[in-house]
Write a protein that binds this ligand. Structure first.
Ligand code: ADP
Ligand code: ZN
Length: 792
């Protein structure tokens, strides 16, 4: 005889899963992908069922606990999704419960409350009877309002375990709350003119209630009148949950007439011919070549076949913009998905997708987990973008790579689109792993921009941030009534404050980096931990009063532009100017509506924007970023320069690009300026091959973090030894401190493992060992944090 058991993953930072007995009453309902409640530690916790099986009771550990509850009638995830999560947990060495949590938005809204229940078989106990406990338990918080005698009684029952404390979980339905107003009988007698107006407005509705803001707008009656009426008891106000469509306020462009070009038709036919199998495509198309139109067309093909389309785009800046284009074609069948959505918006979207109301999701990386019943197409737009890789939080997955894996499981096409593909994808396309499709022509009459590279070493005295040539071009552009984009990849005003006596920049007291001077707030800000302080009177290092601001960020560029180009209307887009919820969209809309002449910003302005009136792109300093100690820094600079250049001349007007650089001979700058794609990949691939970096290897970065520097270094050395035992020692790099050694008082040290492409087996063996180390790290290395990062 066997008994049913299941494996549960809890949404906490634990690598293990846990085995439970499945009580008979749950046997039929329980499937992988259902949420459950199970005793875990001293409490009952919510978790995800990841597998169900039968086992010989003799082989099970004694005292195996049983599930206490199932939360879902049907699984939240499809079998393919469960398989994807399983792969992610191993490949990215992440706690399985956190993988599931990342895929399930409303999990963030699990609201916990302790309630008291009668212990098993105690419901008939006279004292329990007397307490009259509701079926969903007695809230712990209700003790506050009980008479002292009852409180004592409850506490004594708890001690005797006649009453037990249990966690109750409810999914928070935090859709947006609004004040609403309801009519009371009394109010029907309203006589005062403003009362009559409100009365009429409420009576015109099917249910006599409305949101306060709507009523105020309709009647012109002020808030204070409503408040007075409420105090008098003639009106009743309450908080209402309204599910919110996150598209509200988003940018939806006008639907244009599309007649596909021959190139576009070829690409579409090639892909639709392979709609029923795994078909990975690298779609290399210069900016403005019409890739987005191709995605739209293919999504339509998927819908026609009764399937759904997943469109992944880089984080935030461009989600609403690209989504808007889909919206203008597919209307309400499109949902949007990104990290700035509120819990309510997430739930609304998730539920709409599950109900089958949505056929297309456009969103950031976690949109990959949309609960579509039958995904038929996955697009990863701007596949080279770094934001597809989840940083900091577990699971540290790469949205593009997970998309490839998922598409293989689903046997569907997956399209990686970019004007500047990642070196990895380019290589995989060259070696035949991906099918390379190309859009060579810019759409319509749009030609390539003319690119001028200016060597800053030869600039004239008196020229500051801008050479004369750049300023002239900007002035001319504004004068013609056209628009310009100015890129500067540093935010803040001055980038640092340095002591002219000792030469030291002013550093953050918690992190080993210099702080940035933000002029509007008159504050030094740490871009790592957000620590802020006023400018010190004297140098913290030497005490001399010789502090000077130096370097320049977007805020200073803005100042300069306004000063030097008369009448230019400049709008800035960077992390500081886009903190509000719809800030991105607002900036893009006002610029598109030509309320501004110059859009100035960090790399945010390089992404996915499509403005036909932009004829000039200026890059103030193309080398920003070349010095970053990352094997991808050249690739990133190249992509940034090439991408932002592609924003110029997208309409009928010819475009121009001006690039200023201190190192114009650097291949990343030079080849981008020459728009020489192949030459860049060739030389970058040679360099990577020589240094054994991806795509010629896979990397695992192991990092130890802690407050005590000595212990951090000892621990990383231990890990180094373990790895060197298991693999060629020359492929274990380090230990070294992280590029910024200290952040928020924590020291960070790391080692980097390199595995050749044919060493997957060895890599998986080491991953298993590393996962085991993480499992018992609390015993091995108390107080230290270990993070494992696959494909950093
Ligand atoms: P990409 O995504 O490659 O940067 P887009 O799809 O944004 O290119 O196309 C650039 C511009 O050309 C957009 O305004 C788009 O609407 C327009 N466009 C592309 N293809 C067509 C077409 N076949 N007919 C009409 N307009 C098109
Ligand atoms: Zn700091």
């Amino acid at each position: 005889m066997t008994i049913p058991i299941c494996e549960i993953a809890f949404p906490v930072d634990v690598m293990q899963t846990f085995t439970y007995r499945v009580p008979d009453r749950f046997k039929k309902q329980l499937k992988p992908g259902c949420r459950v409640i199970a005793p875990f530690g001293s409490r009952h916790q919510p978790g995800y069922c990841i597998s169900v099986s039968e086992s010989d009771p003799d082989k099970l550990p004694k005292g195996l606990k049983s599930l206490s509850e199932i939360r879902d009638e049907t699984p939240l995830f499809t079998p393919e999704q469960m398989q994807l999560f399983h792969w992610m947990a191993f490949y990215y060495m992440a706690p399985p419960g956190l993988v599931l949590k990342a895929a399930h938005p409303s999990e963030a809204g699990f609201k916990k409350e302790i309630r008291y229940f009668p212990a098993p078989d105690m419901a008939a106990h006279p004292e329990i009877q007397r307490l009259n406990i509701p079926p969903d338990g007695l809230p712990e918080s209700s003790l506050n309002t009980m008479p002292p005698d009852t409180v004592k009684q409850v506490q004594s029952l708890l001690k005797q375990q006649i009453l037990i404390a249990d966690n109750v979980f409810s999914v928070e339905r935090t859709t947006r709350m609004v004040k609403a107003v309801r009519l009371t009988d009394l109010f029907a007698r309203g006589e005062h003119p403003s009362h009559v107006k409100i009365l009429a407005a409420l009576k015109s509705r099917a249910i006599p209630e409305a949101t306060l803001s709507d009523l105020m707008r309709e009647t012109g009656v002020s808030r204070s009148v409503f408040q007075t009426l409420e105090k008098k008891g003639v009106l009743e106000s309450f908080n209402q949950e309204i599910p919110s469509d996150p598209f509200t306020g988003a940018y939806v462009p006008k639907n244009r007439e599309i007649v596909l070009t021959n190139e576009q038709i070829q690409v579409i036919e090639e892909i639709t011919a392979h709609f029923d199998r795994f078909y990975p495509v690298l779609l290399h198309g210069v900016t403005g070549s019409g890739k987005t139109e191709v995605y739209i067309h293919l999504a339509n093909e998927a819908i026609k076949r009764g399937k759904q389309a997943l469109i992944l785009v880089p984080e935030i800046a461009i989600t609403p913009h690209v989504a808007g284009r889909f919206r203008s074609v597919f209307g309400k069948k499109v949902a949007i998905w990104h990290s700035r959505m509120s819990a309510g918006e997430r739930i609304w979207t998730w539920q709409s997708i599950r109900r089958g109301d949505i056929q297309v999701v456009v969103g950031a990386r976690s949109a990959l987990f949309s609960p579509f019943p039958r995904p038929g197409l996955i697009v990863v737009d701007e596949e080279h973008d770094a934001s597809f890789k989840q940083q900091e939080q577990s699971p540290g997955y790469h949205g593009r790579d997970a998309a490839i894996y998922y598409a293989r499981l689903l046997k569907i096409p997956v399209i990686l689109g970019s004007a500047t593909p990642s070196v990895e994808s380019w290589y995989l396309a060259q070696t035949g792993k991906y099918h390379l499709l190309t859009l060579k022509e810019r759409f319509g009459s749009a030609g390539y921009p003319q690119v001028d590279l200016i060597d800053l070493r030869t600039k004239n005295p008196g020229e500051t941030l801008f050479t004369r040539e750049m300023l002239e071009a900007l002035r001319e552009c504004v004068k013609r009534g056209e628009q310009a984009i100015v890129l500067h990849n540093r935010r803040g005003f001055h980038t640092f404050v340095r002591c002219e006596h000792c030469g030291q920049p002013v550093e953050c007291p918690h992190c080993s980096v210099s702080m940035t001077w933000h002029k509007p707030w008159q504050k030094l800000v740490c871009h790592y931990c957000d620590h802020q302080e006023p400018l010190p009177a004297v140098c913290p290092s030497c005490g001399d009063a010789s502090l000077r601001v130096a370097g320049s960020g977007t805020q200073r560029i803005e100042d300069e532009l306004v000063k030097r180009i008369k009448d230019a209307r400049v709008i800035r887009m960077d992390l500081d100017s886009t903190r509000g919820r719809h800030a991105h969209v607002k900036i893009l809309n006002t610029f598109e509506n030509k309320n501004f002449d110059i859009l100035l910003g960090t790399q945010m302005v390089s992404k996915g924007l499509d403005f036909s009136n932009v004829t000039l792109v200026c890059i103030v300093n193309a080398d920003t970023g070349l010095g970053i100690p990352d094997f991808r820094s050249a690739e990133r600079v190249w992509q940034l320069v090439a991408q932002v250049s592609g924003r110029s001349g997208r309409g009928t007007l010819p475009g121009r690009v001006i690039i200023q650089s201190w190192q114009p001979e650097h291949p990343a700058v030079n080849l981008a300026a020459r728009l020489d794609v192949r030459a860049f990949y060739q030389q970058e691939l040679e360099r990577r091959k020589h240094l054994l970096y991806p795509p010629f290897s896979r990397l695992i970065l192991i990092r130890v973090t802690g407050k005590d520097r000595e212990r951090v270094i000892t621990a990383i050395k231990q890990l180094e030894n373990i790895c060197k035992h298991q693999m060629p020692p020359e492929q274990v790099l380090g230990p070294s401190s992280a590029p910024v050694e200290r952040v928020k008082e924590f020291y960070r040290w790391q080692i980097l493992l390199k595995f050749k492409r044919n060493e997957d087996e060895n890599m998986n063996r080491i991953k298993t060992i590393l996962i085991r180390i993480l499992q018992d790290r609390r015993n091995r290395m108390p107080g230290l944090k270990i993070t494992l990062n696959a494909d950093p």
